[in-house]
Design a binder for this molecule. Structure first.
Ligand SMILES: *Cc1c(COP(=O)(O)O)cnc(C)c1O
Length: 427
């Protein structure tokens, strides 16, 4: 949108802007392909000489409207949707890393991302060094190598709830001439804009709060446009030297600030094909309309639950960045003054055994693999999402064996607390 609206307004009004007589609501372009009248025009599209739709594996109008809305919310230059958060993580890194390259990775990232980078991408020849998100700038500096191509971390780590000092990580990355990629899934653009603090690329699993109703898998990559790839042509040959698969175009020369995202669309989507379905993009857009309202309620409820648990005699510890007792309280206040997220972690005095007993006793809160949607849910990462990790890796990821991840929904707070109360009274 031309005018600088507030986020609540962007969530409702941005993206699809109908012209006279067009549908008020974002239409689902349920079409794999697009029609043209001249063969020459189609040729120009293929050569990236003209912009336009030709095949939904690369771009689709429904998806583009939703990506544009997220881009505006994050304050970015360009954005694309992907089929899942995992695809967004993969493309964001792989767009600038190839065999022989190296990534600096925060130890507390989501289990799926940890696996992707430490195991799967390792098989593709990309090495990584794992760093403690609390490391000092000097300690971080030691992780870099001449072949390092990016730094990857999460605004609020899932499920460790470590709050990232984004400025510190951005400085470490930029001191070594590489971009900082931040996974902003838990904070959402409503509570934090990592680009404002120096992040270069922001990614999301839109499956979580953005969709918000546990209906549609999806991901998103937002490029700030701020990183100057052309200043380091030897480091980023994929962006700064001719692409043979497009008759030798040079992304930085042809697309400027949108070079990174154009390459991810035209090359990675074309060849690897993890496009979000237009149906899912439509659902995501519906979710985005109420994101600010929901985040406010998630944060309000989570704060109440965290305070309740902290005062309970059977609870050993509670971790929530909104608690003054939390190690990350100050960092959260700096980067997310409006609130962090609806996810809390805690442990019981009865340890791992009490944890699984309590989970079975909960009635309102359901055991699901999902987090961050409207319904209150609960999970035991050591036995579920992180079960492929050994004790040592769990510790590094900030996941205690007794950690219960409690994702506070937007039901009435009294009902959520009553459910916890009845379960705790029986263990
Ligand atoms: C869930 C999640 C992912 C993976 O997203 P999917 O949409 O499940 O593929 C990545 N990062 C974070 C922080 C997540 O919570």
């Amino acid at each position: 949108m031309n005018k600088q609206y507030r986020k609540e307004t962007i969530c409702i009004q941005s993206g699809w802007q109908p012209k006279n007589g067009e549908p008020r609501v974002l239409p689902i372009c349920q079409s794999t392909t697009f029609k043209y009248e001249s063969s020459e025009q189609m040729g120009r599209l293929f050569d990236l000489e003209e912009s336009g739709y030709f095949y939904s594996r690369l771009q689709n109008p429904t998806n583009d409207c939703v990506a544009a809305k997220i881009c505006e919310l994050e304050g970015g230059e360009a954005a694309m949707l992907t089929s899942s958060g995992q695809a967004a993580c993969y493309y964001a890194v792989f767009n600038i890393c190839e065999a022989g390259d190296h990534v600096v990775l925060s130890s507390t990232v989501y289990g799926g991302t940890f696996n992707l980078i430490t195991c799967t991408m390792k098989k593709m020849g990309v090495e990584c060094t794992i760093v403690d998100p609390d490391a000092s700038i000097q300690e971080l500096a030691e992780a870099f190598r001449p072949n390092t191509k990016c730094v990857f971390a999460e605004t609020i780590a899932n499920p460790a709830l470590v709050v990232l000092d984004i400025e510190k990580f951005a400085k470490a990355a930029h001191d070594h001439q590489v971009p900082l990629i931040v996974d902003n899934t838990f904070a959402t653009p409503i509570n934090c804009n990592p680009i404002k603090w120096g992040a270069d690329i922001v990614i999301h699993s839109t499956t979580k709060y953005m969709d918000g109703h546990a209906m549609a898998l999806g991901g998103c990559i937002v490029d700030s446009g701020n990183f100057d790839w052309s200043a380091y042509p030897d480091k980023f040959p994929g962006l700064c030297t001719p692409d043979e698969s497009y008759h030798g175009i040079i992304y930085t020369e042809k697309f400027g600030r949108a070079a990174y995202l154009t390459k991810a669309t035209t090359q990675l989507m074309r060849d690897l094909g993890s496009m979000q379905s237009p149906q899912n993009a439509f659902l995501l857009n519906v979710g985005l309309e109420t994101l600010p309202l929901r985040m406010e309620r998630h944060c309000y409820n989570a704060q109440k639950v965290a305070e309740y648990l902290e005062g309970h005699e059977k609870v050993a510890w509670v971790n929530y960045p909104g608690l003054k007792s939390c190690k990350y309280y100050e960092t959260a206040q700096k980067y997310m003054p409006k609130g962090t997220c609806g996810v809390i972690s805690f442990g019981l005095k009865g340890g791992r055994e009490a944890a699984s007993k309590m989970m079975d006793l909960l009635e309102l809160a359901a055991i699901v693999t999902h987090v961050a949607d409207a319904r209150t849910s609960v999970l035991h990462p050591a036995s579920h999402t992180h079960r492929q990790m050994n004790e040592e890796q769990l510790k590094e990821a900030g996941v205690a064996p007794d950690l219960i991840r409690f994702s506070v929904g937007i039901e009435h707070i009294d009902d959520i607390i009553a459910d916890l109360e009845q379960a705790l009274s029986k263990i």
